[in-house]
Design a protein around this ligand. Structure first.
Ligand code: ADP
Ligand code: TRP
Length: 357
């Protein structure tokens, strides 16, 4: 898939170093189209461009991780969590995340991040965290929240700062957390010197809000998802059951306010999308036609990824090797930043620049 990214803009503050892209995704369920078009697709586009260079020495570096520590606040079944982490890694690689162009790892394989979180907790104002929406929304709904949810943005900040990330591609809902990260990093730097690199959020350009099959935002909590790797006949049934409006067939319709059209547009080729838009404006078609086109376009769009997924599933050890290698690379980086932070705030003694040995 061609990259529309221009990371040089975000990286301009630190021209000497290649931009470092980092993002995390929670393994709380199987990926749906909202996750793919709203997040994962962008990660894949932002991998290092190694077309002519040595792997991982290109114009930018990319770190992506599966946020299992964050998932602990919602997934309480250990076997399920282990399964979801493995499945997330398989899905990401199948969708095009290339371990030669990005470091893929599991969040909890880098324990340095948990220690860094504590250093940041020590400078995190309660008021700032009370305003964060994950916690605030739960509280407003009268639901009990645990400290993990309350301090979620601090862990996320540690995730970002541990790798000196400069660009963090995220969905709209995560922008507030990047602001918290910048705040905490700024406070720490102000107190102790230039320890952390301030990151920038990078918002997804298109498909920013993928609708679900009921027209609301697609989300697993609304049970309105089309999943990237769901069984094709089950997906067909779901699509054929999508409720549509009851306007007569002859009436011309505006494609812009139809979720069926929006879903088709995500997976159809450009000429097919344009033809469909014409059909809407002309009128005289049945929604069954659009649904059929959607079923076919979806199967075609994800066919290659499905094949790759089947091959990866046949060789489960391969994913574990990818994750183990990723963890080694990620830990090396996080250990450097942690040593810097320990030294700066007075934890490290002696001359070993904060290294604990
Ligand atoms: P869910 O709402 O299903 O629980 P998550 O919150 O786990 O999804 O989503 C993870 C990321 O996927 C979000 O940060 C966002 O970037 C992206 N995302 C999820 N749903 C959508 C959507 N409907 N449209 C666009 N992006 C989405
Ligand atoms: N909180 C993010 C989400 O729910 C996942 C995440 C955890 C993350 N740590 C991160 C994203 C660091 C970007 C950077 O989608």
């Amino acid at each position: 898939m061609p990259s529309k990214a221009s990371p040089a803009t975000e990286a301009s503050a630190k021209p000497a170093r290649p931009a470092r892209v980092l993002s995390g995704i929670q393994p709380t369920g199987r990926f749906h189209w909202g996750n793919y078009f709203g997040a994962i697709r962008q990660y894949i586009e932002l991998q290092a461009d190694t077309s002519s260079a040595v792997p991982l020495q290109a114009d930018r570096e990319a770190f992506y991780f599966i946020a299992d520590l964050h998932a602990l606040t919602t997934v309480r079944d250990p076997e399920r969590l282990r399964g979801l982490v493995h499945a997330a890694a398989v899905d990401l690689v199948a969708l095009g995340l290339d371990p030669n162009r990005a470091t893929l790892f599991v969040q909890s394989d880098v324990p340095e991040v948990a220690e860094l979180m504590w250093l940041l907790m020590s400078v995190a104002p309660m008021g700032l965290l009370e305003r964060c929406h994950a916690y605030k929304d739960k509280k407003l709904r009268g639901l009990p929240a645990d400290a993990g949810l309350f301090t979620y943005p601090v862990l996320m900040s540690a995730d970002i700062l541990a790798y000196d990330a400069t660009i963090v591609p995220v969905g709209e809902d995560q922008v507030q957390h990047i602001e918290v990260c910048r705040d905490l990093a700024g406070t720490f730097n102000h107190l102790y010197g230039e320890v952390f690199t301030l990151p920038q959020a990078r918002l997804v350009e298109s498909g920013a809000r993928v609708p679900g099959i009921d027209g609301q935002k697609m989300s697993k909590s609304y049970e309105n998802t089309l999943d990237v790797f769901e069984d094709l006949s089950a997906q067909k049934k779901k699509i054929m059951r999508i409720t549509t409006d009851s306007r007569p067939m002859e009436e011309p319709k505006d494609p812009a306010d139809d979720h069926l059209f929006a879903l088709h547009a995500l997976v159809a080729s450009e000429p097919d999308r344009q033809e469909m838009a014409e059909l809407y404006r002309r009128g005289g078609f049945g929604y069954g036609h659009v649904k059929k086109a959607l079923v076919e376009a979806a199967a075609h769009f994800f066919a290659e990824a499905r094949n790759r997924r089947a091959a990866l599933e046949a060789d489960p050890g391969c994913i574990e090797v990818i994750l183990a290698n990723g963890a080694v690379r990620a830990r090396k980086q996080a250990a450097e930043v942690l040593a810097r932070a320990r030294q700066a705030c007075g934890l490290a003694r002696g001359t070993s620049a904060g290294r604990r040995s």
